[in-house]
Design a protein around this ligand. Structure first.
Ligand SMILES: NC(=O)c1ccc[n+]([C@@H]2O[C@H](COP(=O)([O-])OP(=O)(O)OC[C@H]3O[C@@H](n4cnc5c(N)ncnc54)[C@H](OP(=O)(O)O)[C@@H]3O)[C@@H](O)[C@H]2O)c1
Length: 280
């Protein structure tokens, strides 16, 4: 098995390009043990980037993550997100402290604004910087920001400390290739791709199955390998089934050749113009 490639953040921290999502986890108490085991299975395979949020399972997903990382916190690059309505100067600090309690840790490696709301960006950045100075977060970033939002953020005094922007990106949703991805690349800000399997729907597309069977891989592996071949992306598939976790990890061993890439471009064409940022 090849090692998982790493992505280097603007402050020099190296993060595995393939991690673990947690949306829909922590919603049912009886499933929490299995969900934590699936995450631990991923950690054992080097998928040590875990993405969660105060929103997921109303805090339940963070509690599942706490179970998965118990006794191995130092192995993990831990990401959580604050609701826009909690992103004010004092409320973001309080929300982060609640997340830390649920996660049973004293620090996050990355704290994201989940999407842009009505709180002025400068206020959220001030809260994030205060959390960083206090050691409660190592760095911060945003999610669901289009190029215009990022440009506004970038113009703030400490806006350039933004480590990443987590957005919807997969074969069937390539709109960000038009403006957002080039904007971020020009500033060396790596992107975190969410719903890389299109929440499972992408995997049912016949064109993807055709390419996958031609090269002896699964649709999920092709979808992930297509993202991972771009060296500056972090990719966070969610899998509660340990067999899915193992299959996703194997995507790092899959190199797509020119014929496969051309077939994928044919079936899932890149954007031909500007469009609003797609989000879930
Ligand atoms: N910032 C945001 O606004 C935002 C929005 C959406 C998502 N996210 C983050 O991104 C993560 C991933 O996105 P997502 O959860 O929306 O969707 P996703 O990762 O694209 O798809 C998850 C679905 O795919 C299935 N799956 C996983 N691996 C598979 C495999 N190898 N073969 C077949 N099916 C497979 C999972 O099933 P099982 O669970 O049964 O294994 C689950 O039903 C989230 O969990 C969350 O952490 C962030």
């Amino acid at each position: 098995m090849l090692p998982i490639p790493q992505v280097v953040l603007p402050d020099g921290a190296a993060v595995p390009a393939l991690g673990l999502g947690t949306w829909m986890m922590g919603e049912q108490r009886r499933r929490a043990g299995d969900e934590a085991a699936a995450l631990a299975h991923g950690l054992d395979r080097g998928m040590t980037l875990i993405d969660t949020a105060e929103m997921y399972g109303d805090g339940g997903a963070e509690e599942v993550v706490a179970r998965a990382i118990a006794g191995r916190r130092d192995e993990v690059f831990l990401v959580s997100k604050v609701y826009p309505h909690n992103a004010g100067r004092g409320s973001a600090i309080a929300a982060c402290e609640r997340s830390l309690q649920r996660l049973r840790t004293d620090r996050l490696d990355l704290y994201l604004l989940h999407w842009r709301g009505s709180v002025p960006l400068a206020e959220t950045v001030a809260a994030f910087e205060a959390l960083r100075r206090d050691g409660k977060i190592a760095r911060w970033g945003v999610s669901n920001f289009d190029a215009g939002d990022l440009a506004e953020l970038w113009a703030l005094p400490e806006g350039r400390h933004c480590a990443t922007n987590q957005v919807l990106y997969h074969l069937g949703e390539r709109g960000i290739e038009w403006a957002l991805l080039p904007w971020m690349r020009a500033r060396r800000m790596p992107l975190m791709a969410y719903s890389p399997l299109g929440q499972g729907a992408l995997l049912r597309r016949k064109e993807l199955a055709t390419v996958a069977s031609r090269i002896g891989a699964t649709p999920a592996q092709v979808a992930l390998a297509w993202l991972l071949r771009q060296r500056d992306l972090m990719v966070i598939p969610k899998a509660a089934d340990p067999a899915h976790v193992a299959a996703n990890r194997a995507a790092c061993d899959l190199a797509l050749d020119a014929a496969a890439l051309a077939a994928l471009d044919d079936a899932f064409p890149p954007p031909s113009g500007a469009s609003a940022l797609a989000m879930l």
